[in-house]
Write a new protein. Structure first.
Length: 161
């Protein structure tokens, strides 16, 4: 199995696992702990560092390193898409309802008028579906992979002879 495939599978599994940790602990319901979701970016960076070090040792040049990081992120994105969809449809079917309630409470606590808070929450409701949430997670994984790989590729690449 190639390094990019192994790393992509690992990344996808770890991100989905972290998402379920957020769900089972209820952290997604807490306005402060909700930010712990962004640990997935650190997971992705760590796996990209590990994988690109390995592929550099295999002789990858800068362009091949960017490709390797993008490819592994694409592999992970597939797993993340289906994991996210499963999370919001099967494991936590009330996820979006609970998220909207939390968001509205945060807006009210910040001093926003109730009608204005309600209007803002309703405006975002159209994008809060299992499909869109899963799609945004997959796209975010790919974009992060491209950007981070472009940076890491500068450091982890085949050295010129």
């Amino acid at each position: 199995m190639s390094t990019t495939l192994k790393a992509g599978l690992l990344l996808g599994i770890l991100v989905v696992a972290w998402t379920f940790v957020m769900g089972f602990t209820g952290w997604y319901k807490d306005p402060v702990l909700l930010n712990a979701f962004w640990v997935v970016v650190l997971i992705q960076i760590g796996i990209l560092i590990w994988a690109l070090r390995k592929t550099a040792a295999e002789g990858n040049t800068y362009g091949r390193q960017v490709w390797a990081g993008t490819l592994l992120s694409n592999h992970a994105a597939i797993i993340i898409f289906f994991g996210s969809y499963l999370f919001t449809t099967v494991a936590f079917p009330n996820y979006f309802t609970e998220l909207r309630a939390i968001h509205e409470k945060m807006l009210l606590d910040s001093g926003m008028a109730a009608a204005e808070a309600q209007k803002m929450v309703e405006a975002q409701q159209g994008m809060q579906t299992p499909f869109f949430q899963a799609l945004f997670g997959a796209i975010g994984t790919i974009v992060t992979g491209v950007v981070v790989s472009a940076i890491l590729g500068l450091f982890f690449k085949k050295k010129p002879a």
